[in-house]
Design a protein around this ligand. Structure first.
Ligand SMILES: *Cc1c(COP(=O)(O)O)cnc(C)c1O
Length: 375
């Protein structure tokens, strides 16, 4: 069976975790957490990176830092993971869902302005499959209406838009290091902070509302309770697992990209024949081969293809059920405008196996089975 995902593993993980255990450095903000933060800061050119227990938690921190309150509205796509909305619903805000673009499955930048009301406080673009949203337009609107941009860049590490790393456009950017993502620590994430003046508040919220981070750096001689907060820092053992992959980030990305390119080339004839659609990567976007998806004619065809592949030892999966159709989405949010593409496109999308160490032979086999289905 070719599974849909295998968590990344480089071979150095156990050595680094053993070091944490033997040195009795297993709590948060140890040497490996620092290394990961610095690696991400250098790679993305952001003012500050703080490793977190998940992308969900990074988004919750961003909602707190942005001062989101009950009654506020936050604009986001409905085609996304629940965490994008949850972080704001927890603050009492209402997600306002806007339709997506069918080519990238990202928030349609041209529909945002009409959804802005005097309650709107933030825009949350989700960079689906590691392909960037149209950030120039989104940042322009945010400036015009004084809105905070929080990027759900859960899938976006190593991707860029016009040369700039995803997660560094908005005031806050959120990465995920869940085991399904390009780099993993089991469960984990990171909060990217664009502006120096927000770093201290973020450190306080992440450390239970205390200024312990400052204390650890020797900037103060005792730490105290300053503000509300929670515990958003992961164990250094998890960071050690992640660091083994960050060290090999280029190799991992290149290997994934080779698979992505092979899928694309192999399936292009089927797309040209109008049988399936392939993902689009707009000009100015460099992606990270997080995902390879195709679009079938409709949901029935997709269900049949999933079974067909399953019988031939290939595990393929669909993705998000639009949030505005879910019980919590109906309760907490609303869809602005017409759902032209969100439901329709989500029902056609099928993800094929993609992970570090998937072989090109396996990709060839998978593609030959997809072709066979359409013959
Ligand atoms: C994976 C993912 C998340 C959640 O990440 P966790 O680290 O599991 O909290 C949020 N948003 C998107 C778009 C994701 O793909």
């Amino acid at each position: 069976m070719i599974t849909f995902n295998v968590p990344p593993y480089t071979g150095k993980e156990m050595e680094y975790i053993r070091e944490c255990v033997e040195n009795r450095k297993i709590c948060g903000d140890g040497p490996y957490t620092k290394k990961c933060n610095e690696w991400i800061e250098e790679k993305t050119h952001t003012a500050k990176c703080l490793l977190t227990t998940s992308c969900t938690h990074a988004t919750e921190m961003a909602a707190l830092l942005a001062g989101i309150q009950a009654g506020d509205e936050v604009i986001m796509p409905s085609y996304t993971f629940v965490s994008t909305a949850d972080a704001f619903v927890l603050r009492g805000a209402a997600p306002v869902f806007v339709d997506i673009r069918p080519d990238t499955m990202n928030l349609d930048e041209n529909l945002i302005e009409a959804a802005i009301t005097d309650r709107t406080r933030a825009i949350v673009p989700v960079h689906y499959a590691g392909v960037s949203c149209e950030m120039d337009k989104i940042m322009e609107l945010a400036e015009k209406y004084h809105l905070t941009v929080i990027e759900d860049a859960a899938q976006g590490i190593m991707s860029t838009y016009k040369g700039r790393a995803l997660g560094t456009f908005g005031a806050y950017g959120c990465f995920s290091f869940h085991e399904t993502k390009n780099f993993s620590m089991g469960e984990g994430g990171a909060l990217l902070i664009r502006d120096e003046e927000n770093i201290e508040d973020a450190e306080i919220i992440r450390e239970k509302g205390t200024n312990r981070s400052k204390y650890y750096r020797g900037q103060i001689d005792k730490y105290t309770w300053i503000n509300y907060g929670s515990s958003y820092l992961p164990s250094d053992m998890n960071a050690a697992y992640l660091y083994a992959q960050l060290e090999m980030a280029e190799e991992i990305t290149a290997a994934r990209m080779a698979c992505w390119d092979r899928y694309y080339a192999n399936l292009l004839p089927l797309a040209r024949a109008g049988r399936i659609e392939l993902p689009a990567v707009p000009e100015g976007c460099v992606h990270n081969a997080h995902m390879f998806y195709i679009k079938t004619g409709d949901i029935e065809e997709r269900t049949a293809l999933i079974s067909y592949l399953e019988e031939r030892q290939v595990h393929s999966v669909f993705h998000y059920i639009p949030l505005h159709t879910a019980p919590a989405g109906l309760k907490f949010g609303r869809f602005h405008g017409e759902d032209r593409y969100t439901t329709r496109e989500s029902e056609r999308l099928l993800r094929l196996p993609m992970f570090y160490r998937l072989t090109l032979d396996q990709v060839d086999y998978i593609c030959s089975q997809v072709q066979a289905f359409y013959e």
